[in-house]
Design a protein around this ligand. Sequence first.
Ligand code: ZN
Ligand code: ZN
Length: 233
Amino acid sequence: MVQCQRTRLYLRDSEQVADDTWRCPHCPEHEEYVRVADPGPLEAVSDAVVAARAEFERPDDGIPTVAWLGTTPETVYEAGLDTYHVYLTREANPLQVRYQAAHEAVHRVCGPPNTHHWTRELLAVMFSLRYLRWIGLASYAAAIEAGLQVEAGRLPLSVLLREPERTSRDGIYGQVFVLGSTLEAIVGWPRLRALADAEDRWGRPHPEGWLRSLPPDQQLEARVVLAVEASAT
Ligand SMILES: [Zn+2]
Ligand SMILES: [Zn+2]
């Protein structure tokens, strides 16, 4: 059982058109969702999940991860199935599969499940670029970064911070890349990575808690970067 990424409606057994393929009855395009069986994308996802678990020090939770080719890269925790569905795009080439898999691996591993927050996008973008370099794709990572720099201009930092959970918007990946690079220059990757651990009492991402965990001088500098939120509202 898989959901249509546009309507969020489930595709039933009767919509299965081949072994691993479901066709959407809800959208005019009748787009297809394909459960990934190819070793390439499958290994890209599992390898990235293992790397993210190591990097963010998250033990294996034992919950299955199933990869799909769909409309847009996304990670959905299906509570009814107790399974994570990681979607990659249908037309992704092998390099894009690696990048998308690494990004989604952070959502898969760091959670919280089905949570949208700029801190998660920042960690996903920063981790995936590091991951590409680890697996020998440095020039591809550099090309992505150049694109992200340009993209950042489309979403002001103040707007990103003001609406922290509105993550599906134009320019967000560029803006979190620029913000992530700026913060990493101040605190270093190991402390930036710890942004994944900061949560409030309800278990939601909590950048303020992360700021408080920093050494005073770094905290001051990082607050100046993030103060645009206060000054712009
Ligand atoms: Zn659909
Ligand atoms: Zn993401």
